[in-house]
Design a protein around this ligand. Structure first.
Ligand code: 13P
Ligand code: ZN
Length: 281
């Protein structure tokens, strides 16, 4: 990872991962976005210490209210910003906003130096945070959306079915069932940036940390920048193997279902839940 320092420790931690996503070929131009639900005490202490004279910005109404996120602070990429610029122009690429007015609006508290605003997918990020904060008991804090090529390719090659996609990926690498036992949930093709895609995503995020925006990309939730990156990296690797197997004429065999069962028994401690699609048809 490149050397990088910043007055805000959360930017210092996040920016190198954002740049790495571009290096991986996951986030061309302004493609993709990321948000981090920050620990309130830490971020308010940093803002008070580093930016004591910051003025209060006006409240901007949200597309969809999120009362359970009222008061929360988010580090979030700006709409139209390039992941490639994360290390060179962090104060333009990122901003910090606070959710206010009972979850009906946000206020910019830092960043978007060139006058930007949060990602056009902010509605889905917020509903994703609301759902995953509740489901994970507060553990998950970071949501990453990338235009991962192998993952997207599979949405043109395979049925748009969560179980079929998940089993195909689990059967490609033994690690997969351990790393994403909750599977990948497919959201049908919907217009990006709309409340409709936010609501369809929320439904699938009740069951899994990872969703597929069909023909568009991945949307994943985890505890930290490092962990969400690792999750996307593992899914994308399995998709690459699956795509190669399909390109070579389709699988002659897959990792046996009984081996998947044994893996899920032996590594139960390391898994976030019981494997969703192992037994239920
Ligand atoms: P933003 O630049 O608004 O974040 O949009 C990028 C994107 O990937 C939309 O899905
Ligand atoms: Zn996108």
């Amino acid at each position: 990872m490149p050397e990088f320092s910043h007055a805000i420790s959360f930017v210092e931690e996040m920016a190198p991962f954002v740049r790495l996503c571009w290096d991986m070929g996951w986030n061309e131009a302004n493609g993709g976005n990321v948000s981090w639900r920050l620990p309130t005490d830490e971020i308010t202490a940093i803002l008070r210490r580093r930016f004591p004279r910051a003025k209060e910005n006006p409240a901007v109404p949200l597309q969809r209210a999120q009362p359970t996120l009222d008061g929360e602070y988010f580090l979030v990429t700006g709409s139209g910003q390039f992941f490639r610029h994360a290390l060179d122009h962090p104060d333009e690429v990122f901003g910090i906003v606070q959710i206010v007015n009972d979850g009906t609006a946000y206020r910019r508290v830092w960043g978007y130096a060139m006058g930007g605003s949060p990602t056009s997918e902010f509605a889905t990020h917020l509903v994703g945070h609301a759902v995953r904060k509740r489901v994970s008991g507060g553990r998950e804090r970071v949501i990453l959306h990338c235009h991962v090529p192998e993952f997207i390719a599979l949405s043109f090659l395979m049925p748009l079915d969560s179980r079929e996609l998940t089993l195909a990926l689990w059967q490609k690498m033994p690690e997969c069932i351990v790393i994403f036992p909750d599977g990948v949930r497919v959201v049908p093709p919907l217009l990006p940036g709309t409340v409709k895609i936010a609501e369809a995503s929320a439904k699938e995020l009740e069951k899994s940390r990872i969703i597929s925006w069909t023909h568009h990309g991945i949307f994943a939730s985890e505890e930290s920048p490092e962990r969400v990156f690792a999750l996307v990296e593992t899914v994308e690797k399995a998709c690459a193997i699956q795509r190669r197997v399909l390109s070579a004429g389709g699988p002659q065999r897959g990792i046996d279902m009984s081996l998947l069962s044994e893996l899920s028994e032996n590594f139960a401690q390391a898994m976030v839940c019981r494997p969703a699609f192992l037994n239920d048809a």
